[in-house]
Design a protein around this ligand. Structure first.
Ligand code: SAH
Ligand code: SF4
Ligand code: F3S
Length: 478
């Protein structure tokens, strides 16, 4: 399976390792390393599906790979730099393998590929092919060209055809079920153009898949054993895919339809924009039991001046009112967010407004980052950049508050009995790990046959990053 070690921590629905049916001999090996967001995890799995059809099997180490693909992230400078250090290591590896008479093709996919294109090959000549997220269905052609000795292939167009149509669907039944939880991309791209963000440039304009396709993919996943799907999109609640009546359907309506699939127990979605939380979606949180009471709704800042400079199209007050409406619909909803500190022009007062907003909302979980100027984005040209040491100090203060809130939330679960979907084995023998409805990891001593099951668990301890519990049934039997 793709190496996920560098992906965003605590991803919802990280699938547990599982072996896939090897239905025919595979004679070449591919190593895929995935960086960045859940969409990249999903895309890596789809690339692996396409390659599986071309007699490639996946390997866990680049040393024995005939093909190495880095599926990259461009969101912050550090993310992009990681790719170049990895390419440095791969250059040595390629030379080693060449001495032993083995060829290695190196491909770079994802958002750095899309943003840098040919520049990548100039900077890292070890790279044989560079292709953006809209080109994955053309992997077979790229590989044919590479086999003919072509190098320096660059494909970063946004083609008119829908890659989802082109990616083979039938195989998903066998291969996508890598666990009991799965990602399902329903929307891609973004039209919001927040002034700090590269996504509209690397992923292109907003596009929603038709409801019938999504439903069919969800059914295939469920048939293959999946019990929880996380609907993905860079701006997922802007979803407006064509519905059964030929009209655009909202995400709320999509969730309601998917909830009718028998065997599908849980639905999540990420990532949302506050501007696109419509009534239908808010109501779905109250009405659809399978929709989990957890919402990642990034606010980025609590200062209206900064929100405007970021082009977020909402104020701190409108965000707070929105949260109120969501909580009215689903009182126990756990909220999560992303924050950027040190955006150009951010004063101490602006930053304190962010702290005040955090105190008012009370988050269950959150990610926070120092602003990182990205080439080509409007904010990177601002002259008033915040000094690094100020960013570091603000990030520490914000994270202390967010961690405190996370601790409070986790501790508040102690004594409750929560349904947990076991999707991983624990580090300790005899231990299984699963997710609570609020996306917390829950560690439980449980027999292996509980793997993949949704089981009531009594929460005994709420730690900083996870919960510990015991099977409610075994406690009742004592
Ligand atoms: N579509 C989502 C976010 C996608 S990017 C949304 O609208 O919120 C994930 C997170 O990375 C963002 O929410 C933001 O907090 C962070 N991020 C994006 N660009 C950044 C930059 N230039 N510097 C620091 N953090 C950034
Ligand atoms: Fe980036 Fe999200 Fe803003 Fe789109 S809405 S530009 S993905 S931060
Ligand atoms: Fe990174 Fe691209 Fe996702 S920039 S966060 S991999 S959309």
């Amino acid at each position: 399976m793709p190496d996920r070690s560098d992906t965003v921590p605590a991803l919802p629905g990280e699938a547990a390792p599982s072996s896939r049916p090897q239905d025919r001999p595979k004679d070449r090996k591919v190593f895929i390393k995935t960086y960045g967001c859940q969409m990249n995890v999903y895309d890596s799995e789809r690339m692996s599906d396409v390659l599986g059809d071309m007699a490639f099997s996946e390997t866990e180490t680049p040393e024995d790979a005939d093909l190495v693909i880095l599926n990259t992230c461009h969101i912050r400078e550090k993310a992009a730099e990681k790719v170049y250090s990895e390419l440095g290591r791969l250059r040595l590896l390629k030379e080693e393998r060449a001495k032993a008479g083995k060829e290695t093709v190196i491909g770079v996919a994802g958002c750095v590929a899309q943003a840098e294109g040919e520049e990548m090959i100039r900077r890292a000549p070890v790279v044989d092919m560079v292709f953006g997220p809209q080109a994955y269905h053309r992997l077979p052609q790229f590989l044919e060209k590479a086999a003919r000795g072509e190098r320096g292939l660059v494909e970063t167009d946004f083609p008119v055809e829908d890659k989802f149509d082109e990616l083979p669907a039938a195989k998903a039944q066998k291969t996508l079920a890598r666990g009991k939880t799965a990602f399902l991309t329903v929307q891609e791209g973004c039209d919001k153009f927040c002034t700090f963000c590269v996504v509209p440039y690397t992923r292109g304009a907003e596009y929603s898949r038709p409801v019938s396709r999504i439903e069919a993919e969800a059914r295939r996943l469920v048939d293959a054993g999946v019990r929880e799907v996380t609907l993905l999109g860079q701006n997922v609640n802007a979803f407006h895919g064509e519905g059964a009546d030929g009209k655009p359907w909202s995400l709320g309506r999509l969730v309601t339809v998917l909830a009718d699939i028998e065997g599908l127990e849980r639905i999540r979605y990420t990532t949302s924009h506050p501007r696109d939380m419509d009534d239908e979606l808010i109501q779905a949180h109250g009405a659809v039991e399978k929709l989990m009471p957890y919402l990642h709704l990034p606010v980025q800042s609590g200062s209206d001046k900064i929100l405007e400079a970021m082009n977020r199209q909402h104020t701190a007050e409108s965000y707070l009112r929105l949260i109120e409406r969501i909580r009215k619909s689903r009182p126990d909803i756990a909220l999560s967010s992303d924050f950027i500190v040190g955006f150009p022009g951010e004063t101490e007062e602006d930053f304190e407004a962010t702290l005040a907003l955090v105190r008012e909302v009370g988050y269950a979980q959150a990610y926070s980052f120092k602003y990182s100027p990205r080439p080509g984005t409007p904010a990177s040209n601002e002259e008033v950049q915040v000094p690094e040491e100020v960013k570091t100090e603000r990030l520490a203060r914000l994270q202390a508050l967010l961690n405190e809130q996370q601790n409070v939330f986790n501790a508040s679960c102690e004594g409750r009995t929560l349904p947990v979907l076991f999707d991983r084995k624990g580090r300790k023998p005899g231990q299984l790990v699963g997710r609570s409805p609020y996306l917390q990891s829950v560690h439980v001593e449980a027999p292996e046959e509980f793997f993949g099951q949704l089981v009531p668990v009594k929460i005994l301890r709420g730690g900083a990053n996870s919960l510990e519990g015991a099977l409610a049934a075994s406690l009742a039997a004592e």
